[in-house]
Design a protein around this ligand. Sequence first.
Ligand SMILES: Cc1ncc(COP(=O)(O)O)c(C=O)c1O
Length: 380
Amino acid sequence: MTASNKNSWAPDTIVVAAGRPPHETDQPVNPPIVLSSTFYSLGESGAGEKVYGRFTNPTWDPLEATIAQLEDSYLPALAYASGMAAVAAGLSLLPAGGTIVIPRHAYNGSLGLVAELEKTLGLTVRRVELEDTEATLAAFDGADMAWLESPTNPMLEVADLPELLKAARAMGVLTIVDNTFSTPLLQRPLKLGADVVVHSATKYMGGHSDVVLGAVVTRNPELHARLHAMRTLHGAIPGPFEAWLTLRGIRTMSLRLEKAEANAQDLAARLSGHPAISRVRYPGLPGDPGHARAAAQMDGFGSILCIEVEAGAAAADAMLAKLRLWTPATSLGGVESLAERRRRHAGEPESVPENLVRLSVGIENVEDLYRDLDEALGRS
Ligand SMILES: Cc1ncc(COP(=O)(O)O)c(C=O)c1O
């Protein structure tokens, strides 16, 4: 049992205080890791609540309670083995031969899985420019599901989530929002009317690039029951240690994000004037196409920004090879700053510029971060 379900707490309190054991003598301050694949359950099948480690594990409970509270749901989140397992769980809510609306730009794993299901399950896929609200609303007509990501990975386009979610609900379109980039600290899609939220907790929640884990959250009891049953049958469950590590990471998420976002805002402004860079994408820049929307619907602009290296993809690769502080690596949301040219992945949409480098800004000293980029750009 966990201590709290106090939905009146502010998000930066929830990250610290949710999912702790009750305030009772001799209770530990932190929930323990339970390393057991099975549980004592005598008698009829189903006797006891736990039974077997693929059905549940007590180490998941405080993590699932905390993520649910952050996303403002009274139903526990569901933890998965990875963000992609959470994405796959969300997509499993599509009816056979159904129609899905997806953004042209989004995490390439999600786009790749939808393309695979298009071939194997006969889905109809409508690909839209998500920042174009009118076109997206037109695509909703007669669709079963809308897959939304905002800001998008890696183009950082911002969708009008309040408008899209309201319209989808009125039109009977099931909505799933991948909230990995924003985290529930900056954006809470369920409050805006989304049916389901998915996360790669590998990123900001874990926060230290040492764990792979995913989560799904919904307030809808019927969807929750279906997802729970399918998780048990598919078996894409997290290990207890991964669940424990992720909750430990969440404890500092608001502090980490605050510092990383301040660094990102500073770097975006400085890099905008850099002679070796032709474009900076960051919703926190007043001139960014997504700025007004992001300011209206988010509690911050996040810590991912993208630069386009003026001299092209080869120069971008040369720059990456010269970095000494930033690590050239995929992924994002960790304490350490990472940089990656996204088109190096075969699965990345061709409309993502070849010279685009995604920067996941960490919590180091911002002067050191800028100097490292500046030196690598200057000598490339
Ligand atoms: C937006 C987004 N969603 C989902 C995923 C998949 O998460 P995981 O790598 O934990 O499977 C990623 C991974 O980069 C991501 O960036």
